[in-house]
Design a protein around this ligand. Structure first.
Ligand code: PLP
Length: 407
């Protein structure tokens, strides 16, 4: 039996034992509807209120009423963008980036087809935004700016505080997709010029299908699901109580363990990168040199196909990904690496390893044991790979094999 090594924590995380335990009574004992007048329902309503406080604490919101529970990160992103457009119907311009998750990217493409004007901010080779480009993009017609905090494929962190200051100085609402930031780096939304912020529970050890949208007090935000009075009339529908309770517990644990989790994942990620760059000539880290979330590593293997590497990794019991789980299955190269102007010979061979709380150094060493032979095997199968083998056996070549390395 091969072992399983799960290095795909940006796709989703396992539900942690304490979260499962917190949820269980809300699947069995406390099944009341939180909107019911009777005590049995009210008790459940209290559990939701407690979860709202826990989530507000994780993101540093001033007031739990600023937190709306949603059914996913995708829903939060869609609701934020559509909400801002509805709130200012006279404005027809959106500013976002070329490297967003499909939850923002796909919606903005859709809105573009519907007649909105979208400015797609580019990034440089290391994945950084040009703030002068952002400044120049803002007009009196701009309805909102939506920028992710941390990139799901590379882990590159955008300077949301600086971006928010520029956006706020023009009186434009600013939405941040913080799905890959929450639980990995400190998020203190109240102290930042951010108006709306999306998170998703399954990225920090809670179940899938629950998330939250932060809406700063004072921001006009129309309801996005209309029906009952749940979520202060903003998102109607009977609450997914057990999942919300689980998200609250996970938020509490993530906040308590923030520094410890970041240190743990960061040490493993750095070890993995240094081992793989050494053992696999013709590999490089995408986004290296940029500020990145500590758990994410995006490594390109020159001349190879990421999908083929994944298949062989899977046979060795190693779970990784080529990029966003939402674009997996398409043979299109990553839109993120394309925006970073990755040269053609590096573009297809990207593999994302994303580590988490439950990974170990032993697993990193196992991955480093398996990857070089997989890479060599694939290089042997590809004419270009053979070329890469020859080229990359020269140490000079190896030294220049990182993108965006500074200094
Ligand atoms: N935004 C980012 C940056 C993500 O990484 C993801 C999921 O991978 C989402 C949004 C969508 O979240 P969900 O899977 O909860 O819909």
């Amino acid at each position: 039996m091969t072992r399983t090594v799960y290095f795909d924590n940006n796709a989703t995380t396992p539900v942690s034992p304490e979260v499962a335990e917190a949820m269980l009574p809300y699947l069995t004992e406390f099944y009341g509807n939180p909107s019911s007048i009777h005590r049995f329902g009210a008790q459940v309503g209290e559990a939701i209120a407690a979860a709202r406080q826990q989530v507000a604490a994780l993101i540093g919101a001033a007031d739990p009423v600023e937190v709306i529970f949603t059914g996913s990160g995708t829903e939060g992103d869609n609701a934020a963008i559509r909400g801002m457009l509805e709130a200012r119907p006279d404005r027809r311009h959106i500013v976002t980036t070329q490297v967003e998750h499909p939850a923002v990217l796909g919606l903005c493409q859709h809105l573009e087809r519907k007649g909105y004007r979208v400015t797609w901010l580019g990034v440089d080779e290391s994945g950084a935004l040009d703030l002068a480009e952002l400044r120049a993009a803002l007009t009196d017609d701009t309805a909102l700016v939506s920028v992710m905090w941390a990139n799901n494929e590379t882990g590159v962190i955008f300077p949301v505080e600086q971006i928010g200051e520029i956006v706020r100085s023009r009186g434009i609402p600013f939405h941040v997709d913080a799905v890959q930031a929450a639980g990995k780096i400190p998020v203190r939304v109240q102290e930042l010029p951010i108006d709306l912020l999306t998170i998703s529970a399954h990225k920090f050890y809670a179940p899938k299908g629950v998330g939250a949208l932060y809406v700063r007090r004072g921001i006009t935000f129309p309801p996005f699901l209309i029906g009952g009075h749940q979520e202060r009339n903003r998102r109607a529908g009977t609450e997914n109580v057990a999942a919300i309770v689980g998200m609250g517990k996970a938020a509490e644990v993530a906040l308590q363990r923030l520094a410890e989790d970041a240190r743990h994942a960061g040490q493993l990620r750095d070890l993995l990168e240094s081992l793989l760059l050494e053992s696999c000539p013709g590999s490089r880290v995408n986004g290296q040199g940029q500020n990145r979330v500590p758990n994410t590593s995006n490594i390109s293997f020159r001349y190879l196909e990421g999908e083929s590497i994944l298949v062989l990794l899977d046979q060795a019991g190693i779970c990784a990904s080529t990029g966003s789980a939402c674009t997996a299955g398409s043979s299109e190269p990553s839109h993120v690496l394309r925006a970073m102007q990755a040269p053609a010979d590096w573009l297809q061979g990207a593999v994302r390893f994303s580590l988490g709380r439950f990974n170990t150094e032993d697993e990193v060493r196992y991955v480093n044991q398996m990857v070089p032979s997989i890479v060599q095997r694939l290089q042997g199968l590809s004419a270009l790979g053979k070329l890469g083998q020859q080229e990359c056996s020269q140490p000079e070549q190896r030294r220049t094999s990182t993108v965006g390395a500074r200094g």
